[in-house]
Design a binder for this molecule. Structure first.
Ligand code: UD1
Length: 336
């Protein structure tokens, strides 16, 4: 099968390209390098030995996107990562998020329909659940989103579901919990632009000296150590789940045209546990301070993953220490 990967040089996209090739799929990737770099293609070649067929295409540019897909015969399915993902930025600039994440998805669906491409795996997020009772399963209610970013994920899921009703489109939406870590080669990983918002890149940047200290956002939450709890999942496990989702579509295993799956480990860890894990695998003492709560943070969220285990036949294989070790190796490689 030939798979088009949008956002193919991004954090999760690049790791997924590696796993698709490993599993024997043919890949073609697009990206607009808004939040990634062309050098990722060189790294992908080093890892896979393959010159990834690639085109610089912006999914907001409907004409260019359609022309590209029309001129690329044989695409069987699409994995759609291309999107913006910074919660704070989405609050400050919601139109950017609606245009790129929602508008871009609509453009893509039009292009797929015109070219009779009927299978798509969509990059969604556990953010759609907001404050829910963990372990959260796929039937948990979807409350009003607490950011424009979160809203774009909810809307895109609805757009995709509606399109399955109106056409022969088949959709798998994957709701990621907290993707962290990097490829074991330390050739690809997360490349936050500017000051990272997310915990793990902030930890590694502090340990390497790019940041003076990490602020732990609140230690007065109703959790065992007072800090928030999340389900940290290794990015390679997430990438492998996309291969499983493609296989699921290929084997026509879905009970309905629109399926959603949580991608998590099923285990929650606190911020302090994440720090301890990092200190253990890196041998470095992290400079951190307890600060006030961050607005908008949920207290604790982790996944019920049974649906993915049972239907996709996929399970995480990497633990928190492997996540932290790979994130640290990646930060060390970047420093070189
Ligand atoms: C955030 C987004 C979520 C998005 C996900 C992508 C928010 C509110 N949510 O999730 O929508 O899908 O990123 O990966 O932004 N923390 C600190 N100090 C820091 C940074 C984080 O203590 O400097 C804590 C946070 O309070 C949180 C945990 O670390 O408890 C994880 O934070 P983060 O990595 O930003 O992820 P989420 O907030 O869970």
């Amino acid at each position: 099968m030939k798979i088009l990967v949008t956002g193919g040089t991004g954090y999760i996209g690049s790791h997924t390209v590696v796993e698709l090739l490993k599993a024997g799929y043919e890949v073609i990737a697009i990206d607009n390098f808004d939040n990634s770099y062309p050098t990722v293609l060189d790294s992908l070649k080093k890892i896979t030995g393959v010159d990834i067929p690639f085109a610089e295409v912006d999914i907001r540019d409907k004409k260019a996107l359609k022309a590209f897909i029309k001129a690329t015969p044989g695409i069987d399915a699409v994995i759609h990562f291309a999107a913006n993902k910074a919660v704070g930025e989405s609050v400050a600039n919601p139109l950017k998020y609606y245009e790129n994440n929602v508008g871009g998805t609509v453009n893509l669906l039009e292009a797929l329909q015109e070219n009779n491409i009927n299978q798509i795996v969509f990059s969604s997020s556990c953010t759609v659940y907001g404050e829910a009772n963990p372990p959260v399963d796929e039937n948990a209610p979807i409350p009003v989103a607490n950011s424009p970013y979160g809203n774009t994920k909810q809307i895109c899921e609805e757009v995709l579901r509606d399109q399955t009703q109106a056409s022969n489109l088949q959709v798998v939406a994957l709701r990621y919990f907290n993707p962290v870590g990097a490829h074991e080669s330390a050739l690809i990983g997360e490349l936050p632009i500017g000051i990272p918002n997310n915990l793990v890149p902030f930890i590694t940047q502090t340990a390497i000296g790019k940041r003076e200290f990490l602020t732990v956002f609140g230690d007065d939450y109703p959790t065992p150590d007072g800090t928030c709890i999340r389900d940290y999942i290794h990015v390679v496990d997430i990438a492998i789940a996309h291969v499983a989702a493609i296989k699921f579509l290929e084997d026509k295993k879905q009970a309905s045209a629109f399926s959603v799956f949580n991608l998590g480990t099923g285990k929650g860890n606190s911020v302090l546990e994440a720090i301890q894990s990092f200190e253990k695998v890196s041998g470095k003492k992290l400079n951190y301070k307890i600060g006030p709560r961050r607005a908008g943070d949920v207290v604790q969220v982790y996944a019920s993953c049974e649906k993915a285990w049972n239907e996709l036949g996929w399970k995480t294989e990497r633990d928190l220490e492997t996540c932290m070790k790979s994130a640290w190796d990646w930060e060390l490689a970047l420093a070189k």
